[in-house]
Design a binder for this molecule. Structure first.
Ligand code: UN1
Length: 493
C-alpha cells in the first residue's frame, strides 16, 4: 500500500498535522489503494504562498512555451494511459473502457490547450481618435484554486488546470478525497513534463477543511469548482467576501426525449448508455426518459429486458458493464430515492435494490433501476440522484416533452431522438440547457466544445473549447496615443 503526499513548492510533503486518510476500492471495500495526507488550513496557506511566488515568473513565460509543456503532458498521458485508467477504476469503480475514455479526455484537453499557446487571441480595434491605437490583450488572473469531483478524476482536473496554466496562472489543486491517486498521477506527470517549482501544488483532504480554506483565502484569485449545487452555492457565498472570480459546474436532471418517429433501436442504446454509464454518476447522466405514448409499451419492454441483462461487477473485468456507487453514503442516497419513488406512487420496472450476488457483496453496488408511472411533480423526476436510477415519464407531443424537460431547476444536458428535422430544430430552440444532443445520449461531451449549463447548473461560465480561456484570463485594455499631443476622447473627435 502506497503512502501519498502533498506536492507544495516542488516538494512531496506530509500534511503539517501528520494526519492521513485511507482511499478504498468501491468495488471491494477491503482493498486500500493508499493513504493520503489529511491536510488543513496551514497546508493550504503554504501552497498559496508558493503559488503566489511562482506566479511572478510563470506569468512571464511566453504562452507558446507554456503550451510546449502541456504538449509534453499530453504525450506522457498517452504513454501512461492504461496505468492511469487501471488506477482510476480501482479507486472509483467505473469500467475500464470508461476510465480510458476519461484519460483520453485529458489528453485531448492537453493538446487543445497546447495549441492555444500559439493563439490566445486578443483584439485590435480602431480608435475614435487619429494617431491612436487600441487593443485588448489577455493577461493571467493569478492564483487559481481548483476543486474537483471524483466522477471524472482525470478529465475534470485537466479541463481546469491545463487552461489555467496556459493562460499563465499558478494552481492550488484540491482533488476529491475519493480519487486522490489519479490526481497524484496527474501532478507527477505535470512535474515530469517540466512545470516549474510552485506552479502546480496539490493539497489532499476534505472539502470543508482544505476546499473551503482555498475558497476563503484572500490571495487566491479565482475558483473553478465542479460538484453539487449545494456546495456550489456555499462556495459562491464564501468567495463573494473576497470578490473572487468563480466558475461553478453543478448538478443536472437531464432528460432524453424519444418521439414516436425516432429510430427506436438507436434511442434504446442511447438511454442505456446515458442512464447507466458511469453507474449514473455523471452530472450529464440521463435521469429522465420522456417517452412518446405511441411507442411507450414496446420501448419499455425492450428497455427493461436490456437493463436486466447489464452485468454489475469490478470495472477491471472485461465482462462488467456497470461498476459500483462511489461509497456507502452515495448508495444510501440512491436507496433513499428508490424508497421515495415508491412512496410517491411510481412503479419499479427493473432493479430497485442493493446488488448482493457473488462479486458484488464487498462493494457498493446497486442494481440499475427503472421507475415507470412517474409524474413530473415527483421528487424522483425533479431532484438529482447521482446513481443508476431512471425515471420514465409518458408524453403526448413534442411540446409536452420540451415543457417537462424544462421543468427543473437544472439545465445541463438534454437529448431528443427524432427523424423529423422540424422536431429537432424546435427542440434545439426551446430546450433550456447548456447542451442538446440530437439522436445521441445526454453524455459524451467533447473536450473542444463549450461545456456547462443554465439555471442552477452553474453561474454562466463554460469549460472546454475556446470558452474556458475566457474564464482563466483577464482582459487588459491598452490605448497607445502616438499623436504627440493631448487628445481627449469623447471631446476632441
Ligand atoms: C460530469 O459528469 O461531470 O459529457 C462531466 C460527458 C463527459 C463529461 C461529464 N464528457 O458525459
Amino acid at each position: 500500500m502506497r503512502k501519498y503526499q502533498n506536492f507544495i513548492s516542488g516538494k512531496w510533503v506530509d500534511a503539517r498535522s501528520g494526519l492521513t486518510f485511507e482511499n478504498r476500492n468501491p468495488a471491494n471495500w477491503s482493498e486500500v489503494i493508499g493513504t493520503f495526507p489529511k491536510s488543513s488550513k496551514e497546508d493550504v496557506e503554504e501552497a498559496v504562498r508558493c503559488a503566489r511566488k511562482a506566479f511572478e515568473t510563470w506569468r512571464l513565460v511566453p504562452a507558446p512555451h507554456r503550451g510546449d509543456i502541456l504538449k509534453r503532458v499530453g504525450d506522457l498521458m498517452v504513454a501512461k494511459k492504461e496505468e492511469i485508467a487501471r488506477t482510476m477504476t480501482r479507486e472509483m469503480g467505473k469500467v475500464l473502457v470508461e476510465t480510458r475514455g476519461d484519460v483520453q479526455e485529458g489528453i485531448d484537453t492537453a493538446y487543445y490547450a497546447a495549441s492555444e499557446g500559439r493563439r490566445l487571441f486578443g483584439h485590435t480595434v480602431p480608435s475614435e481618435l487619429p494617431n491612436k491605437f487600441n487593443m485588448a490583450i489577455r493577461t493571467p488572473v493569478g492564483v487559481a484554486g481548483i476543486v474537483t469531483p471524483w466522477n471524472f478524476p482525470m478529465a475534470i482536473p485537466t479541463w481546469k488546470i491545463f487552461p489555467a496554466l496556459l493562460c499563465g496562472n499558478t494552481v492550488v489543486f484540491k482533488p476529491a478525497s475519493d480519487t486522490p491517486a489519479t490526481a497524484a498521477m496527474l501532478v507527477e506527470i505535470l512535474v515530469e513534463a517540466g512545470v516549474p517549482t510552485g506552479v502546480v501544488n496539490i493539497v489532499h483532504g476534505g472539502g470543508s477543511d482544505v476546499g473551503m480554506a482555498i475558497v476563503e483565502h484572500a490571495d487566491v484569485d479565482l475558483i473553478s469548482f465542479t460538484g453539487s449545487t449545494g456546495v456550489g452555492i456555499k462556495i459562491s457565498e464564501v468567495a463573494s467576501k473576497t470578490l473572487k472570480r468563480v466558475s461553478l459546474e453543478l448538478g443536472g436532471k437531464n432528460a432524453q426525449i424519444v418521439m414516436d418517429d425516432a429510430d427506436l433501436g438507436l434511442a434504446l442504446d442511447g438511454v442505456l448508455w446515458g442512464a447507466f454509464g458511469t453507474t449514473g454518476q455523471r452530472c450529464t447522466a440521463t435521469s429522465r426518459l420522456l417517452l412518446h405514448e405511441k411507442v411507450f409499451d414496446k420501448f419499455m419492454a425492450d428497455l427493461v429486458s436490456r437493463t436486466k441483462k447489464l452485468r454489475l461487477g469490478d470495472g477491471l473485468l472485461e465482462t462488467t458493464d456497470i461498476g459500483p456507487c462511489i461509497h456507502e453514503g452515495q448508495r444510501k442516497i440512491v436507496q433513499g430515492y428508490v424508497d421515495i419513488g415508491q412512496k410517491e406512487g411510481a412503479k419499479i420496472a427493473a432493479g430497485g435494490a442493493i446488488a448482493t450476488d457473488d462479486g458484488q457483496k464487498n462493494g457498493w453496488f446497486f442494481q440499475p433501476t427503472i421507475f415507470t408511472e412517474v409524474t413530473p411533480a415527483m421528487r424522483i423526476a425533479r431532484e438529482e440522484i447521482f446513481g443508476p436510477v431512471l425515471s420514465v415519464i409518458r408524453i403526448k407531443s413534442l411540446e409536452e416533452g420540451v415543457s417537462v424537460l424544462n421543468d427543473t431547476i437544472y439545465g445541463l444536458s438534454s437529448s431528443i431522438y427524432t427523424k423529423d428535422i422540424n422536431n429537432a430544430f424546435r427542440a434545439i430552440r426551446d430546450i433550456k440547457a447548456g447542451i442538446t444532443y440530437v439522436n445521441g445520449p445526454t453524455i459524451g461531451a467533447e473536450a473542444h466544445m463549450p461545456f456547462g449549463g443554465v439555471k442552477q447548473t452553474g453561474n454562466g461560465h463554460r469549460e472546454g473549447g475556446w470558452t474556458v480561456f475566457e474564464f482563466f484570463s483577464e482582459w487588459k485594455t491598452v490605448y497607445i496615443d502616438y499623436s504627440g499631443k493631448l487628445q481627449r476622447a469623447q471631446i476632441d473627435a
